[in-house]
Design a protein around this ligand. Structure first.
Ligand code: SF4
Length: 338
């Protein structure tokens, strides 16, 4: 049976969701393509009993948290993790929060959606929230208003870039030293408003200032746009930075005959280049997510073949409940315009 035959065999009982960073071979078979939050939200609207999430593990977890009890969320490759999410173990977060709060300061944790369910649960229990790359400035403002300081995790680049968008002086932003199991973390100081967890996306962090400088030399006509998971110096040297949805919108709006250089995962850059042949679309640097690439057609086919008997991705009820609180605080803050 081909993948197309398998999909038609399940009919309405199946929905395949694919992240923008998946290869075309997967995207071509997906019912919906989007970023992690768009896809997780999509789950709540689906009638399908089986949801196959082609992305990385934390995305399937978020989908499982939001899915109805009768729905089953499957990941074709359980080992497809996210390097950034793995940089923030939940047990270490609890230690770091305890140390920061020793001074009596209220430090509000704000976690990027690219984190495990266990991290979102710790954040939820501490009165914190989730953010995405699209709403990070709004959510950082919300968290600053809710306490004395914010612990932003796991992506230090996104945290630093967002603090800069809000105009916070760099002296009020501090990157934590998490060696020695968090024992170097001092109690919160009144002068620091944002503490950065020292994690990063292994893919976007590869894009360097030298890549921007090379592009400026060889393609002075190019408008350069990057994802805010890139290093702060890369973002500062670019013409714009924003979420995956922003990059997709900007590519669609680019004038015919113009040149756009995009700094993000290469599957998306190449797809945008094919979708908009009237615009010259170049990668700032070719960077691929090896974990996203673990889901290939053979893995999807194998998962579809065992769907009725496969163990779905599950998040235990306690973790899911606390993680949902953190997600719901984000939805409420964004809905109220806070
Ligand atoms: S692109 Fe970066 S953040 Fe996204 S899954 Fe890969 S390592 Fe994680």
């Amino acid at each position: 049976m081909t993948v197309a035959d398998q999909i038609s065999y399940y009919g309405d009982r199946l929905a395949i969701l694919a992240h923008h960073y998946q290869a075309d071979a997967i995207v071509d078979h997906a019912h919906f393509v989007g970023d992690s939050l768009e896809l997780a939200r999509r789950v709540t609207e689906l009638a399908a009993e089986h949801i196959v999430f082609c992305g990385v593990h934390f995305m399937a977890e978020s989908a499982a948290i939001l899915a109805r009890p009768e729905q089953k969320v499957h990941a074709p490759v359980l080992e497809a993790g996210c390097v950034m999410a793995n940089m923030a173990p939940a047990s270490l977060l609890a230690v770091v929060l305890a140390r920061l709060c020793q001074s009596g300061a209220r430090v509000v944790p704000l976690t990027y959606v690219n984190s495990s369910a266990a991290i979102k649960a710790v954040v939820g229990r501490h009165g914190g929230a989730v953010c995405t790359s699209a709403n990070a400035p709004r959510m950082l403002r919300w968290a600053l208003d809710a306490g004395d300081a914010v612990l932003f995790l796991p992506d230090a680049n996104l945290g630093a870039n967002t603090a800069r968008v809000l105009g916070l002086p760099h002296t009020s932003v501090q990157r934590l030293d998490l060696r020695a199991s968090g024992n170097h973390v001092p109690p919160a100081q009144p002068s620091i408003r944002v503490y950065l967890w020292p994690g990063c996306c292994a893919v976007h962090h590869k894009i360097r200032l030298a890549d921007i400088e090379r592009l400026r030399r060889h393609h002075p006509e190019a408008r350069i746009l990057v994802h805010p998971e890139c290093r702060p110096e890369v973002v500062a040297a670019s013409d714009g930075a924003g979420s995956t949805s922003y990059l997709i919108r900007e590519a669609a709006a680019a004038p015919s005959g113009s040149t756009l250089a995009i700094g993000t995962e290469d599957n998306l850059v190449q797809r945008l280049a094919r979708r908009h042949p009237e615009v010259t679309i170049l990668p700032v640097r070719q960077v691929l997510c090896s974990n996203m690439a673990k889901t290939d057609l053979a893995a999807l086919q194998a998962k579809l073949a065992e769907l009725e008997i496969a163990h779905p991705v599950r998040v235990d009820a306690k973790t899911a409940g606390a993680a949902r609180e953190a997600l719901e605080r984000m939805l409420a803050a964004c809905a109220s315009g806070a």
